[in-house]
Design a protein around this ligand. Structure first.
Ligand SMILES: Cc1cc2nc3c(=O)[nH]c(=O)nc-3n(C[C@H](O)[C@H](O)[C@H](O)COP(=O)(O)OP(=O)(O)OC[C@H]3O[C@@H](n4cnc5c(N)ncnc54)[C@H](O)[C@@H]3O)c2cc1C
Length: 481
């Protein structure tokens, strides 16, 4: 039977980045990926001259270890930063038209988007007492601290647009960990943001929104090609067991028949349902906790149009749609404004996100209906006068884990169970954040944990203060991931 220091089951960004950190630390690593290609949800596709993203379309980074991975993996020359035109504005669908979201407190106070009452309520934030309830929902937390208007016009579209979830059922501590941490630490979000701005200036951690010239696929493809990492595609793991010596043995169904491998550590980097099936014979309680995590389906509709068929200036990142404004669409990104070479010259690429828990029925719609409904919704908002010349549809049945219910308690229980199973690690986007930034940062943390257990030198680097958003509370809703 073959042996490795670490076996990683699941070749999405979490699994591949974990492999990269571990190989860099000198360990022998093998990744098993069930699909024919590694990369998981992340995939970039060229179609008729347009570059589309199946899932993540950008990284919003403020963590030094993420910058380090991009640099050390040799990806700096392939990187492309957000174009200045896209930085200018983020829009919100409000009363059936697009309104620029104020990104600073001063602009918000002058904006007609918020009522006078809503603005006064916002100013009261520093004087609100902490609740101390660990199971507050996003709606309860935001309404208590910032008022109902901020919830409906900013946070609900942010939660639906970036997490596909419902703030009335989503755990605040799980979905907005930086905001809830600010309250716990400083008693107020405004005070916390101010303190963090000062600290961040000292640690010189800057925010960088980027992708790659050939799309996000570059990131996963480069990591999968790293020398020292063996990536086996078409390997669907279906068995995991403890070895008498304390290590782990896993088996997979593969095109070459059944394959077995033993390793000191196993990282299960699959979505929760697949992880539950794998650990069922190791720890039934752990499997039950994983089975309780539900996922939302999201459908992505990419539309390519001639520039002169769109009347709107497309002078920003795109827009988010609150639940009262759109029954199916949660957001729309203006990809050709965001990054270069997303569309041919004199064309634009608009990427829409539909479904989530707001509209689960969308997952069953035909391609024709999806295209018609999407363009029908965009037409009046963006002043579209011709049909798209390119439509591409990407469907995700298990797009994102929804942090509904007592999610933090579930995560704590999972962590407690894992303490009984040394050498077994669960790492994927249901633990520690869905964004690519969080995935890269968590993979760095799990690699360090393994290297420490093996008494190998850690790949730890100086950390920066990450509680709070560099743009401040007001900007939070406009930030995508
Ligand atoms: C529509 C959409 C848009 C998004 N946009 C952004 C964005 O702009 N910015 C951002 O930061 N994030 C974004 N995200 C989030 C981000 O893309 C995901 O959270 C992240 O890619 C998940 O990575 P992962 O490795 O945890 O999981 P996955 O990518 O799901 O990888 C898990 C892998 O495990 C494999 N697997 C499962 N079972 C087995 C088994 N038994 N054996 C072997 N392999 C198995 C699967 O085939 C898969 O490849 C978006 C997500 C979606 C869905």
């Amino acid at each position: 039977m073959e042996q490795r220091d670490v076996l990683i089951i699941g070749g999405g960004i979490t699994g591949l980045a974990s492999a990269w950190w571990l190989a860099r630390g000198g360990l022998s690593v093998e990744v098993w990926e069930a699909n024919e290609r590694a990369g998981g949800k992340i995939m970039s596709t060229r179609q008729d001259g347009y570059l589309t993203e199946r899932a993540a379309s950008m990284v919003l980074n403020f963590r030094p270890e993420v910058a380090e991975l991009v640099r050390e993996a040799g990806l700096e020359p392939a990187k492309t930063s957000r174009l200045p035109a896209a930085e200018a504005r983020r829009y919100l669908l409000h009363q059936s038209s697009l309104k620029a979201l104020p990104m600073r407190m001063g602009a918000m106070m002058a904006s007609p988007l918020w009522s006078l009452r809503g603005k006064m309520r916002l100013l009261a934030e520093p004087f609100i007492f902490s609740s101390g309830r660990p199971d507050e929902t996003v709606s309860e937390f935001i309404t208590r601290r910032l008022g109902r208007e901020v919830l409906e016009k900013a946070i609900e579209p942010f939660i639906a647009g970036t997490l596909a979830a419902d703030p009335d059922r989503t755990s605040a501590a799980a979905a907005l960990p930086r905001l809830t941490a600010l309250e716990q630490r400083y008693g107020s979000l405004a005070a916390g943001v101010m303190v963090n701005r000062i600290l961040r200036r000292r640690t010189a951690c800057t925010t960088d929104t980027f992708s790659f010239r050939c799309g996000m696929g570059t990131l996963v493809e480069s990591l999968a090609r790293t020398p020292g990492i063996t990536v086996r595609t078409g390997y669907s793991a279906d068995e995991l067991a403890r070895e008498p010596d304390g290590g782990w043995r896993a088996a997979a169904t593969t095109p070459q028949g059944r394959q077995v491998l033993s390793a000191r550590h196993v990282i299960v980097a699959t979505p929760a349902p697949a992880a539950a099936a794998l650990v069922a014979h190791v720890d039934g309680e752990l499997a039950e906790l994983l089975r309780g995590i539900s996922y939302a389906a999201v459908t992505v509709v990419h539309a390519g149009l001639a520039r002169d068929a769109v009347g709107h200036p497309l002078d920003g990142t795109g827009f988010l749609a609150p639940r009262g404004e759109s029954a199916i669409l949660t957001g729309n990104l203006w990809m050709s404004t965001l990054f270069p070479d997303r569309a041919p010259p004199r064309k634009v690429l608009l990427t829409s996100y539909l479904g989530g828990v707001r509209a689960p029925q969308v997952a069953d719609w035909s391609d024709e209906r999806l295209a018609d409904e999407t363009i029908g919704a965009l037409r009046p908002l963006l002043d579209i006068t011709a049909d798209p010349e390119m439509i591409r549809i990407d469907r995700h049945s298990e797009a994102l884990p929804v942090y509904h219910g007592a999610y933090q308690a579930r995560m704590q229980a999972i962590t407690a169970r894992l303490k009984q199973a040394s050498g077994l690690h669960l790492e994927a986007n249901y633990r520690g954040g869905v964004s690519v930034r969080d995935r890269l940062a968590r993979s760095h943390a799990v690699a360090n944990q393994i290297l420490a257990a093996q008494q190998w030198p850690s790949v730890e680097r100086k950390r920066c203060v990450v509680s709070g958003n560099s743009d401040g509370v007001v900007a939070q809703p406009g930030v995508i991931y």
